[in-house]
Design a protein around this ligand. Structure first.
Ligand SMILES: [Zn+2]
Length: 256
């Protein structure tokens, strides 16, 4: 088992796909398949052969390339058990507490309902990596299309418990817009102000703002900070339960 080589690149307008390659086993996985052409181009540029597809949730901008890539490469498709009827070509269905091997790397599965009802995230504890799909974004979280705020808050708490140094790869480049919203509800957060400025510079240079880390999100992501007094005060919910603060924060983001 080697350390993973990791290659992240844009698909469609703002989706990310990520390739993981283990040189010893020859395993190459892609996390989500927004679009075939950029994934094929990335594989060819790296000289890697696709062996696995890991889907975080059923949305077409995360699974749309499944069947064509499977046909061309024979890659095995792994996805959420609770959404298997909607995951094109799924061969291995996984869910909460499942652990599987990917080229000698241990993968732990979390159920993270909220954005969709059956979404999963993939945590690689020994590689200090997590793939959060549209559940957790840099300074944001996914819209609640199929779940309740309570479900999403429970899902996010699973990610908050991961080791702080864990690198977080997300499904979209939404960071700059998320920062603007975060500043509106957590205006006194100095870590957030510094990060927002850094994100502006990174985007101005045309660079990705991801991956992030659990530590950075705990300090700057308003959806992980419903217990922060400054945030509670800014939205008029001082002393309220975390789930109530999370719910109000999500509602404000929907209308931002
Ligand atoms: Zn989605």
């Amino acid at each position: 088992m080697a350390d993973f080589e990791i290659h992240q690149f844009l698909c469609l307008s703002d989706n990310y796909a990520v390739l993981l390659h283990d040189a010893d086993s020859g395993v190459t996985a892609v996390i989500d398949t927004p679009e075939v052409a950029p994934i094929e181009a990335a594989l060819e540029a790296k000289g890697w052969s696709l062996t696995h597809i890991l889907n975080t949730h059923w949305h077409p901008d995360h699974t749309g390339g499944n069947l064509e890539l499977q046909k061309k490469t024979g890659a095995e498709i792994i996805g959420p058990r609770a959404e298997q009827a909607k995951i094109p070509g799924i061969q291995k269905a996984v869910g909460q507490d499942d652990v599987f091997d990917l080229g000698g790397h241990e993968v732990h599965v979390f159920d993270v309902p909220g954005h969709t009802a059956g979404a999963v995230n993939y945590w690689f504890p020994n590689d200090r990596l997590v793939f959060t799909g549209d559940t957790l974004f840099a300074m944001g979280c996914g819209r609640l299309f199929e779940g309740t705020p309570e479900m999403m808050w429970t899902s996010l708490q699973k990610l908050m418990e991961l080791p702080p140094e864990t690198r977080v790869y997300c499904g979209h480049e939404y960071t700059q817009a998320n920062a603007a919203f975060a500043l509106s509800v957590d205006p006194g957060n100095t870590d957030l102000k510094a990060r927002a400025q850094q994100v502006d510079e990174t985007r101005a240079a045309g660079q990705p703002t991801l991956p992030t880390t659990i530590d950075l999100e705990l300090r700057t992501n308003p959806f992980l900070r419903p217990a922060a007094p400054g945030l509670q005060k800014a939205i008029g919910l001082e002393g309220a339960a975390p789930v109530a603060v999370f719910t109000e924060t999500r509602l404000r983001k929907d209308n931002f």
